[in-house]
Each structure stands twice: as structure tokens, then as C-alpha cells.
Design a protein around this ligand. Structure first.
Ligand code: CA2
Length: 146
């Protein structure tokens, strides 16, 4: 597998509430978009969403065993809380981009800290659902050069 796209807690309800913060695009729209974008470039793309921290850790371990080349992740609120997901990324050593729909730096103080950002290749925050497409654009370019 080339690219794993992970979405964390509550992102399964995207498009149903707080449209002023998160827009009206659903997670199914986002997932279909990144799969189509990656497939058009000849990449295999798998999507995964979970509301459970340990399931995300388990998925990252499986990704290593599957030979995953890159992860795009919106960790949701786990961004600001999860040493376990940080440790999983450090353990599997798969390069990743961190994506946030909203600009986490323009919101509450507690959203300004991420347990993942310093391990990430890069962070996209505040570009709405388009951030996933921007991340995939980067991944397509990067993997084409490997
Ligand atoms: O902006 C982002 O993408 C976030 O990762 C979203 C998380 C939040 O905890 C992060 O600080 C920033 C929350 C996701 C909540 O998902 C919702 C879905 C529909 C309606 C409201 C929230």
C-alpha cells in the first residue's frame, strides 16, 4: 500500500454540524477525493477513521507491516493529547503529514500544541477540506521521486 489516510475522533460526523468551523464537506467526500487523486497518479490509497486512540495506534503498526510509504493524518482532538499516537509514529517511522481543517492556531490555546507536528514532514492547518488534497499533491510528487 502506498498511502494511508487516517482521520481521528468525531471526523466521521463532518458536514453535519459547526459548518462555520469545519465546512459542509463530509468525510466520505474527502475520502473519495483523496482516493481518486492518488489513484489517478497510480498510487494505492487506503482510508481509515476511528474514534478510538488504540485503534489508530494498531492501524499504524499494521501500516508498517503492509509497507505503507506515507500517512496523511488528521488526528482530531488526539493531536493535542496523544503521546501514544506520537510514539506509534516514532516506532513505525513512516513519514507523515498532519492535516487540520480549521486553523488550530486561531482557536483556543489548547489547540496550539500538537504532540505530532515536530515528527511530521509538514502540517496543513486552516485550508478546509482542501488541506487533504494539498497533502496528497505533495505525496504524489514525493513518491514519484522515490
Ligand atoms: O481542524 C481540525 O481538523 C481538527 O483536527 C478537528 C478536531 C479538533 O479537535 C482539532 O483541534 C482540529 C475536531 C474534529 C471534530 O469534528 C467535528 C465534526 C463535525 C462537526 C464538528 C466537529
Amino acid at each position: 500500500m502506498d498511502v494511508l489516510v487516517i482521520n481521528g475522533p468525531n471526523l466521521n460526523t463532518l458536514g453535519t454540524r459547526e459548518p462555520e468551523v469545519y465546512g459542509t464537506t463530509t468525510l466520505a467526500d474527502i475520502e473519495a477525493g483523496v482516493v481518486a487523486q492518488g489513484s489517478a497518479a497510480g498510487l494505492t490509497v487506503i482510508t481509515f477513521q476511528s474514534n478510538h486512540e488504540g485503534e489508530i495506534v494498531d492501524r499504524l503498526h499494521a501500516a508498517r507491516d503492509e509497507g505503507t510509504r506515507f500517512v496523511i493524518i488528521n488526528p482530531g482532538a488526539f493531536t493535542h493529547t496523544s503521546v501514544a499516537i506520537r510514539d506509534a509514529f516514532a516506532a513505525v517511522a513512516i513519514p507523515f503529514c498532519e492535516v487540520h481543517i480549521s486553523n488550530v492556531h486561531a482557536r483556543e490555546e489548547f489547540r496550539k500544541h500538537s504532540y505530532l507536528s515536530d515528527l511530521a514532514v509538514g502540517v496543513l492547518t486552516g485550508f478546509g477540506a482542501r488541506g487533504y488534497a494539498m497533502a496528497m499533491d505533495y505525496v504524489i510528487d514525493r513518491l514519484s521521486k522515490e
